[in-house]
Design a protein around this ligand. Structure first.
Ligand code: PGA
Length: 246
């Protein structure tokens, strides 16, 4: 399947820096197709501008979160309906920073993913263990619980991507070994098989300190169908190098 390389800009940059970033990526992408789908997920306030800039390019547009409801009295929130209205294709839900900073539980993530599906958005549903979980041999049970609690029954391969992001690997420069990544990705594939007929067609992507130096090795692991890139997605050369390493 065609891998997905997704850039999660988090709460970084300005409209101008985001515009420059996508301009540089579009320029490279116009020359060659690196063989992957490329997605950028800017902060909410930059989505509209970035969306206009990439409109006629093969780059996809995504958001970093959505509310479960389509409208209503939810001060400061943004709905999946609104994201769809401004041209988003994807939305990340259940990122560990949302789970930790906004007390999101699996059920919250499930409802957000359902809202994404109802609005024709692809939900990138994040799961991952903490360092403490890994030290105490709880990695697979945590992944299983998060998967069962956050992946909706409405999931099909073209509306859902599962992102494995070990919490301890995010923004730390630490990554699991290729064997550890393979173990979790194989396990997620088995969970997909238990629940969905077209399990083999879902993309399962890895995130956590992916950079141009480790991306080739990580992306060559069985059942790794792309990556969710944070820090390295803010530099066009690094992000493009990761796309090309597919
Ligand atoms: P990182 O972030 O690449 O900076 O580790 C990944 C993510 O949180 O999606």
């Amino acid at each position: 399947m065609r891998p997905l390389i997704a850039g999660n800009w988090k709460m970084n940059g300005s409209i101008a820096s985001g515009a420059a970033l996508v301009a540089a990526i579009m320029e490279q992408r116009a020359e060659i197709d690196p063989g992957c789908d490329i997605l950028v997920c800017p902060p909410f306030l930059a989505i509209r501008t970035i969306g206009d800039l990439i409109q006629n390019s093969p780059i996809f547009l995504g958001a970093q979160d959505c509310h479960k409801d389509s409208e209503g009295a939810h001060t400061g929130d943004v709905s999946a309906t609104m994201l769809s209205d401004v041209g988003c294709d994807f939305v990340i839900v259940g990122h560990s920073e949302r789970r930790a900073n906004h007390q999101e539980i699996d059920e919250t993530v499930l409802f957000k993913a359902e809202a994404a599906h109802a609005n024709n958005l692809v939900a990138i549903i994040c799961v991952g263990e903490t360092f403490d979980d890994r030290q105490n041999d709880r990695t697979l049970s945590i992944i299983e619980n998060q998967f069962n609690g956050s992946v909706p029954k409405s999931s099909v391969s073209n509306n859902t991507v599962i992102a494995y992001e070990p919490v301890w690997a995010i923004g730390t420069g630490l990554t699991p070994s290729p064997m550890q990544i393979a173990q979790v990705h194989d396990f997620i594939r088995e969970l997909l098989k238990k629940n969905f007929v077209e399990a083999e067609a879902f993309r399962v992507i890895y995130g956590g300190s992916v950079n141009p130096d480790n991306s080739k090795e990580i992306l060559s692991i069985n059942n790794v169908d792309g990556s969710l890139v944070g820090g390295a997605s803010l530099k066009s050369e690094d992000f493009w190098a990761i796309c090309k390493s597919v």
